[in-house]
Design a protein around this ligand. Structure first.
Ligand code: KG4
Ligand code: ZN
Length: 338
């Protein structure tokens, strides 16, 4: 069964074709990152206009790369929340138009659920998630620890009390003068630094919640004390910026890994899954695998950040359970997983 997935919740226009929820036949992503980088962050109005421009060409490309036509598709899965309202509308309207024109079922998918299902897409080790499992979702808007008992059965153990992990990466990159998008830039800047600066860790003992705003403030104070103002980085301060970036990354990774492993043990899960853009971070991937005695599954980096293959994968398992959406499906910018 082949599903067409559509994802436009933020600043990536993505369309993919996935077979039986696991095999990627095409995965096309049009990133707007260069456009938004000029403004230092995402401009919602610009994002929705770009989605409208990209929607049809990206859909045609995804079908062509899969060597299929719309008539070969069984159903259309689309992200209907959470995300930016105008961005979500572009994808949902595209999905409705395609479904109506080809008489196909429509399946609304929660973006966060989609991130989790990136783990079902075939990996090199050909490993399939096994329940019960614990999923750490770390994206630009969320840091959630989710206990998953079965397909579609979620229990929230913890969440961030302030900034999401990805948001902290983006804000710290900005205050260090590194630019946008922060996550990949901090990772590059920290690479090879062997004297990371020590920054605090917020453990929030006896809770599975997270907090990153204190770390962000501590990073800001350390940077200012060392004369780093967030303006263009001088050659003299380059190594200091690297040490701070590496120290910040170590702190985030340590907290995420330690708390996830503890929660996995306490709940007796069979696997730990990582999901969301921050799961593309190689330091987080390495530390989670090295430190966990519970088997760890992580999608390839390109499937951690926003894509439509994960939406098609999630849509497939919903479709198997007989879940589909009506023509009145609306966008839900604040949609929750639990
Ligand atoms: O899942 P995602 O692509 O979009 C959302 O649903 O939010 O996540 C984007 C977030 C951004 O905050 C970005 O800085 C972060 O993921 N990110 C990373 C890396 N790649 C993306 N953070 C750390 N290291 C990375 N390599
Ligand atoms: Zn995302």
């Amino acid at each position: 069964m082949k599903l067409l997935g559509i994802e436009t919740s933020c600043d990536e226009t993505a369309v993919a074709v996935v077979e039986d929820g696991v095999r990627i036949l095409s995965n096309v992503i049009a990133s707007q990152v260069e456009i938004h980088a000029r403004y230092g962050g995402i401009v919602p109005e610009v994002a929705s206009r770009q989605h409208l421009l990209a929607a049809i060409p990206i859909t045609e490309k995804a079908l062509a790369e899969a060597q299929l036509e719309l008539k070969d598709i069984t159903a259309i899965a689309v992200t209907n929340g959470p995300g930016l309202a105008g961005s979500l509308l572009a994808g949902v309207n595209l999905a409705k138009a395609l479904a109506l024109a080809s008489d196909l079922p429509l399946i609304g998918v929660n973006h966060l659920e989609g991130h989790i299902y990136a783990n079902w897409l075939q990996n090199k080790e050909a490993r399939t998630p096994e329940f019960p499992l614990l999923c750490l979702i770390v994206s630009g808007g969320h840091t959630d620890l989710i206990l998953m008992h079965d397909h579609g059965k979620y229990q929230q153990l913890g969440q961030t009390r302030d900034d999401a992990a990805g948001e902290a990466f983006d804000k710290v990159a900005r205050l260090l003068g590194l630019g946008y998008p922060g996550g990949p830039i901090i990772e590059r800047t920290a690479k090879g630094v062997d004297t990371p600066r020590r920054l605090p860790r917020a453990w929030l003992k006896d809770s599975d919640d997270f907090s990153f705003s204190g770390l962000k403030t501590a990073t800001l104070h350390m940077a200012r004390d060392l004369g780093i103002t967030g303006e263009a980085i001088s050659p003299a301060s380059e190594h200091l910026v690297g040490e701070i970036a590496a120290g910040f990354q170590e702190s985030v990774v340590d907290v995420l890994v330690t708390k996830t492993i503890e929660a996995a043990k306490r709940n007796g899960v069979r696997q730990i899954l990582l999901a969301g853009g921050v799961a593309a971070n190689s330091r987080l991937r390495q530390a989670m695998i090295e430190r966990s005695s519970t088997p760890v599954l992580i999608p390839s980096p390109i499937l951690c950040t926003d894509n439509a293959a994960m939406i098609a994968a999630c849509g497939y398992f919903k479709f198997l359970e007989g879940k589909s959406s009506g023509w009145d499906m609306d966008v839900r910018p604040n949609l929750r997983l639990v």
